[in-house]
Design a protein around this ligand. Structure first.
Ligand code: RRO
Length: 312
């Protein structure tokens, strides 16, 4: 039997699939759903220090080739997710889960990460540097100076396993510059990619979401080539100690296979999970296993990062 197990930051997971932050992870009930599905672990909705209502509805829309959202970081606040995870450490002590966070300011980010550092939390923390939807707040990871300053300040006190959620980059020079920054720090993973920020979808003569006059993050089929390029660009450039989580455009086992071929150690489902529900984990796992069987691969290590190029 082929295995889709994986590890991240030295922690083991029975399956390489999990939800992408934002999907099926707002409440304990939703998180329990992912925990009890075929997924290997879950990540919480990105938490701020205090709970937030987010942007006005409608703020998410499925569209034929993906989705558009401008949720605006609605969440239950750090303590809700942290306390839930601390409880799970008692009841599901053999498994580990991921806590996604970001502050509304660098100071708030440090307050959040210091709280996690001082807690008994033993899982992974994902710092979201790429929320595209808070009016007036640019995506942090498009500001390299700010990103470097935040990471420098964080690693003064944060010693638990930390990864970052990145927006897509679109220029080779930006891949080089971003990787040069990330390689300075003891990051455990980078997650490529968040939604492609600020797209616009129109039906008849009208936008389909209310916030920001219809501008929103694009997910789903539209973004797979961009996601794969980001996964592979960072796989090529980052220290081997920084693993890659692949997110974007995974509808089938074949899509997941391509993310792993590009270097992903874990694969996240966003729009597909939103559209199809928890059964997507089982279906896509089976589809990936069939591809691996056909090709004679017994484990993800047999093909991870082994993307082939066309030579003379
Ligand atoms: O809540 C959101 O609007 C949101 C976030 Br924080 C994010 O990271 N990515 C996204 O597409 N939406």
């Amino acid at each position: 039997m082929v295995s889709t197990k994986t590890s991240l930051a030295g922690l083991e997971f029975d399956n390489c699939f999990m939800n992408a932050a934002g999907v099926w992870c707002m409440t304990k009930e939703e998180l329990d759903g992912v925990k009890n599905s075929a997924a290997g672990t879950f990540v919480t909705k990105t938490a701020t220090l205090e709970e937030r209502a987010g942007n006005p509805e409608p703020r998410y829309q499925n569209v034929p080739l993906g989705s558009i959202n401008s949720m605006g970081l609605p969440n239950q606040g750090l303590n809700y997710y942290l306390n839930y995870l601390l409880d799970l450490q008692q009841t599901d002590s053999e498994r580990t889960f991921v806590l996604s966070v970001v502050g509304m300011s660098p100071e708030e980010t440090h307050t959040i990460l210091k709280t996690i550092q001082d807690s008994d939390f033993r899982g992974l923390t994902e710092l979201n540097l790429s929320c595209p939807n808070v009016p007036g707040k640019p995506q942090i990871a498009y500001d390299f100076e700010m990103t470097e300053r935040i990471l420098r300040d964080v690693f003064v006190y944060f010693t638990k396993p930390l990864g970052i959620k990145l927006p897509p980059y679109f220029d080779m020079v930006h891949f080089d510059q971003a990787a040069a920054i990330f390689n300075q720090f003891p990051l455990k993973f980078v997650n490529c990619v968040n939604s492609i920020g600020n797209g616009l979808y129109i039906e008849d003569e009208t936008v389909v979401i209310k916030p920001k006059n219809g501008f929103g993050g694009i997910g789903g089929q539209y973004i797979k080539p961009t996601a794969l390029a980001n996964v592979h660009a960072f796989y090529q450039r980052l220290n081997p100690s920084i693993q890659i989580v692949g997110t974007g455009g995974v509808l089938t086992g074949r899509d997941a296979f391509e993310h792993i071929l590009c270097g992903a150690s874990m694969v996240q489902l966003g729009t597909t999970l939103q559209k199809e529900g928890l059964y997507a984990f089982e279906r896509i796992t089976q589809e990936l296993q069939s591809i691996m069987e056909e090709k004679g691969y017994g484990s993800l290590e047999d093909f991870r990062g082994k993307l082939q190029y066309i030579s003379e």
